[in-house]
Design a protein around this ligand. Structure first.
Ligand SMILES: NC(=O)c1ccc[n+]([C@@H]2O[C@H](COP(=O)([O-])OP(=O)(O)OC[C@H]3O[C@@H](n4cnc5c(N)ncnc54)[C@H](OP(=O)(O)O)[C@@H]3O)[C@@H](O)[C@H]2O)c1
Length: 340
């Protein structure tokens, strides 16, 4: 079998975990042939060492996308630089101009036509002109609060309401995630960091609700995204990165709604904080028949994201050109799993 050649673009925590997983566990069908980052401390270094392998991988991290795509003749770029569509759009257009497919963990790229149609159409046009496919995916958005509830509606003949929830102990997540949910701040610092956009909380609820509503053919009057709130616990909690004193912020909770005729027809709750007792993913569909799905513990967001980025690569390569979403791909599944 011809191996798929991939470039790692943005060798941060997620990019490193993806590259390490590919090199250690997926080498029978996928190989990392190039690496890109803007961090000067990584440029020129060997990818293997940067991602924590004992040996060199003989791929040096560079910062010139055109050169790396041309030299490696890669099939796909695994893009893990930022959460925001406006920020990644120039990176995506530049890569698409090189004629290479892209799979990205950018949250706002997961359902981009819902939030910024103009930018999404520009990226889509460049992708089509160059015959490449671009997909935004990940665990959430990308699977747990959009694709999974959408699939779970399939056996329903009538639906009156959909509730989707996720609660996780953020101590089990990577440090950038613990930072973006405000762990360790005071409640006041948390609120001003959210308003100044120095932390974001979870990004993607608008995209997830839009995908579900579009899949059901529901025309929402409004999507209401409430501001992330701090979760403050009565006891001291900690992760391997931080100790959170009593009264400080352990993480955040967020609520969002899809509204029709003044009624909350879609209800989302997202809680991520250090010390969360119960971890779960929940989808509750009030309809005929009722569907109630609960996974306890919740699916780990970091390893889940790595899997989503790797498993969807063959589907992206087979897909038609354009800026696609998970709704455009064939039925999602793991790929090339070894029988053990
Ligand atoms: N959809 C999902 O389910 C999901 C799940 C996990 C993560 N994510 C998202 O994926 C992204 C990556 O996460 P992370 O934790 O790995 O973040 P991270 O550790 O900050 O990694 C991002 C890396 O990309 C580099 N970078 C930034 N802009 C770049 C550019 N224009 N060209 C090349 N490299 C660039 C950064 O360099 P500097 O450090 O110098 O900026 C950093 O090395 C985040 O936006 C995160 O929210 C999504």
């Amino acid at each position: 079998m011809q191996k798929i050649k991939a470039i790692s673009y943005g060798v941060g925590v997620i990019g490193s975990m993806v590259a390490k997983t590919v090199i250690e566990k997926k080498k029978d069908w996928l190989q990392i042939v190039g690496a890109l980052d803007i961090d000067p401390s990584k440029i020129g270094k060997d990818l293997g060492k940067v991602v924590g392998l004992d040996t060199n991988h003989n791929v040096s991290i560079q910062n010139d996308p055109e050169k790396v795509v041309k030299e490696t003749n890669a099939d796909i770029v695994i893009h893990t630089t930022s959460s925001y569509l406006e920020r990644v759009a120039p990176e995506l257009k530049r890569l698409a101009g090189c004629g290479v497919d892209i799979i990205s963990s950018c949250e706002e790229l997961s359902y981009p036509y819902a939030t910024n149609r103009k930018i999404a159409e520009e990226v889509d046009n460049v992708a089509k002109e160059n015959g490449v496919t671009i997909l935004g995916t990940g665990i959430n958005p990308g699977f747990l609060m959009d694709v999974l509830p959408t699939i779970l509606t399939t056996p329903c003949i009538e639906i009156t309401n959909v509730k989707v929830g996720r609660q996780m102990n953020a101590a089990n997540r990577r440090i950038p995630f613990q930072k973006k949910i405000g762990a360790g701040l005071s409640p006041d610092e948390f609120r001003s960091a959210i308003r100044n956009k120095t932390i974001s909380g979870h990004v993607g609820l608008f995209q997830s609700i839009s995908m579900l509503a579009d899949s059901l053919g529901w025309e929402l009057d409004k999507i209401e995204i409430l501001e992330p709130e701090p979760v403050v616990l009565e006891e001291k909690v900690g992760s391997s990165w931080i100790t959170v004193e009593r009264g400080k912020v352990a993480g955040s909770k967020q609520f969002a709604y899809g509204i029709i005729n003044g009624k909350r027809k879609i209800e989302y709750e997202f809680r991520a904080y250090i010390g969360a007792g119960e971890e779960f993913d929940l989808v509750d569909i009030e309809g005929t028949p009722r569907v109630h799905f609960k996974s306890t513990p919740c699916i780990n967001g970091d390893s889940g994201t790595i899997a989503m980025l790797i498993n969807n690569i063959p589907k992206v390569i087979e897909a038609r050109p354009g800026l696609l979403t998970m709704r455009d791909l064939t039925l999602p599944s793991a790929a090339h799993i070894q029988i053990s």
